[in-house]
Design a protein around this ligand. Structure first.
Ligand code: ZN
Ligand code: ZN
Length: 587
């Protein structure tokens, strides 16, 4: 019954409204606006991160009282959501409702069940929050500095609460917290001091701010010392295991990924995909053997043969000093290919800036995109590239072979064009703020992974077997991320087994494999997002092709898919299928 009503309401708006945002008289839109404002007050750090700066000066002290208040907040809004369950919401509004509900239920689950505030000391780090305000390009400098000064009033309380929360930390998260908080200190360095001197603040304000900066640095240093001297010595074999186990993993997967598959199902799919990839890779290896390895007999073990071919191709790589400039040079080439082949509209008004990864971000990823939030429509999108400065020659060589000539192109497709960069630009234009700010990681990563395959299918790299072999290797990484994550947290996989999977079955260099092991010990579920999202987008594209036949257009599919914001693929699928049915029901 409800489905029929929805169908009629949506049909009315689509047939007369074109691409205009759909509005009903349900009052949901007004509710969403009120909810978002209240949500930002509750989560000021997140608000600054997405570019909403009204609450920049607030800092939530992570104590028990505030966790209770957060749960109260979530329960109250979950209750208000019920008033809309019987109303005539559009499909898009219904998706927003589900995403808000998912978000609120997750917050309560994290507070009451997951409780990482007790065992993950790295959840306390103010480098990012202050970094945004210090380096931000929004608003007058004086206002930002005043907000920073007020926010700093509570830094001591913040770290005092952090220390009180830590009950049973893991060794891995303790080490991460130490290095990240040490990195965070650089945020309060010379460039902040210089901008205070250059500002229009009164002498008293400046003096207060300098005092607050010193106090904030002392609080961070004190926290680092606490972790080093009081926590680390207590971490023996009885310390909490970083593995979260099957129940927490399955629940976290459901809440974070929001997939039509369960964690166990996607794990089984990944195992199957791994065998298929190995088969394709062996075919290509045999095809290229004479060209690259003439005179050497092809080994009977197909994995050994593939490895030899990959090693041979990996020797073609850039110099350690030109890693960043190689990336910079590829961006315009990728843009030209996407435009020439009519794959998706790229907004020329939104430039991509390649920069060295800021110190407070170091620790987990090697290259990443940071985009302006939905409120910062004119901000720059940064492509953060990790530096090789601290690598020995041997480490650098290993890293550069991994990111060889072919791989570097796939990395740039994934991170930049038409991967994360393009998706985030679309996401910020989505008429739904909820879908932009509660973005689903599996959809976001799935899109980036999907574009790698799509670009090669459309002829990027001239269909060369070298490019395809390296792509399969890259895709194997995504596939093995899922296998690794599930195996470590659910099946108790050891470091030795993990390195065997990554090095011998996924052909990774040692440095990369060790980095991935470290990352898998520090995070949970996130590594599954790539393969899950990719699988669901490929499913959806096949489904849409079958439905539309000759009318199917790749560009239209991409733009339509991206137009819903970063909603879970399973919700986007519902919206797209609904549109598709409407298009065919028109006279
Ligand atoms: Zn080399
Ligand atoms: Zn990614």
């Amino acid at each position: 019954m409800r489905q029929t009503i929805l169908f009629i309401v949506t049909a009315l708006f689509i047939s007369c409204g074109g691409s205009k945002p759909q509005v009903t008289d349900s009052g949901f839109k007004a509710f969403e606006d009120r909810f978002i404002l209240a949500f930002w007050k509750q989560n000021p750090g997140w608000a600054s991160y997405v570019g909403f700066h009204d609450y920049d000066s607030l800092l939530v002290v992570p104590n028990a009282e505030n966790r209770l208040a957060e749960n109260e907040f979530c329960r109250a809004y979950l209750d208000s959501l019920k008033q809309f369950s019987g109303k005539n919401l559009t499909k898009s509004e219904l998706t927003d409702l589900m995403m808000i509900r998912d978000q609120l239920e997750s917050s309560i689950w994290y507070n009451d069940v997951f409780k990482s505030y007790e065992w993950n000391p790295a959840s306390y780090n103010l480098g990012g929050a202050f970094g945004i305000m210090i380096n931000g390009k929004y608003g007058p400098l004086d206002d930002r500095l005043r907000a920073i000064s007020r926010k700093m009033d509570l830094v001591e309380d913040y770290y005092a609460a952090a220390k009180a929360n830590i009950l049973n930390p893991t060794a891995q998260h303790t080490d991460l917290a130490i290095s990240q908080n040490q990195g965070a200190l650089s945020v309060f360095g010379a460039s902040l001091i210089d901008s205070v001197h250059a500002s229009g603040l009164s002498d008293t304000e400046k003096e207060n701010l300098f005092t607050n900066i010193e106090l904030a640095k002392m609080a961070i240093e004190d926290y680092v010392e606490f972790l080093k001297n009081e926590i680390k010595p207590t971490l023996d074999e009885n310390a909490r295991d970083f593995r979260i186990g099957k129940n927490l993993f399955s629940e976290k997967f459901e809440r974070e990924i929001v997939s039509s598959y369960s964690a166990e199902e996607i794990y089984a799919k990944a195992l199957e995909a791994k065998s298929n990839l190995h088969r394709e890779m062996f075919t290509l290896t045999k095809k290229m053997w004479k060209q690259y390895l003439a005179g050497t007999e092809i080994p009977s073990d197909s994995l050994v043969a593939i490895r030899m071919m990959i090693d041979k191709l990996s020797l073609v790589h850039c110099h350690r000093d030109s890693f960043m400039s190689s990336i910079e040079a590829q961006i315009p080439e990728l843009t030209a290919f996407v435009n020439e082949h009519d794959l998706v509209f790229l907004d020329p008004e939104k430039p991509l800036v390649v920069r060295q990864e800021p110190a407070y971000m170091a620790g987990v990823a090697g290259a990443s995109i940071s985009a302006p939030g939905p409120y910062d429509k004119y901000g720059d999108t940064y492509y953060n590239v990790g530096t090789l400065v601290n690598y020995t020659d041997e480490q650098a060589e290993s890293f550069l072979r991994e990111y060889n000539k072919y791989m570097l192109q796939i990395l740039n497709i994934h991170e930049a064009i038409p991967g994360h960069y393009a998706q985030l630009v679309y996401s910020n234009q989505s008429p739904s703020l909820v879908k932009s700010v509660f973005g689903n990681g599996a959809m976001v990563e799935g899109w980036a992974v999907y574009t790698e395959r799509m670009m090669l299918e459309e002829g990027y790299g001239n269909n060369s077997p070298e490019m395809w072999l390296m792509y399969y290797k890259w895709n194997l990484r995504t596939t093995c991320n899922t296998i690794l994550d599930y195996s470590i947290h659910v099946n108790g996989m050891t470091e030795e087994q993990a390195l065997d999977l990554l090095i011998n079955q996924a052909f990774q260099q040692e440095a990369e494999a060790k980095g991935k092991w470290r990352r898998a010990t520090l995070s949970q579920v996130q590594l599954c997002s790539y393969f899950t999202g990719f699988t669901e987008i490929m499913d959806l594209r096949n489904e849409m092709k079958a439905k539309q036949g000759d009318a199917f257009s790749l560009k239209a599919f991409h733009e339509d898919f991206l137009s819903f914001g970063s909603a879970p693929v399973k919700y986007v699928r519902e919206l797209m299928m609904n549109e598709e049915e409407l298009a065919h029901s028109k006279p």
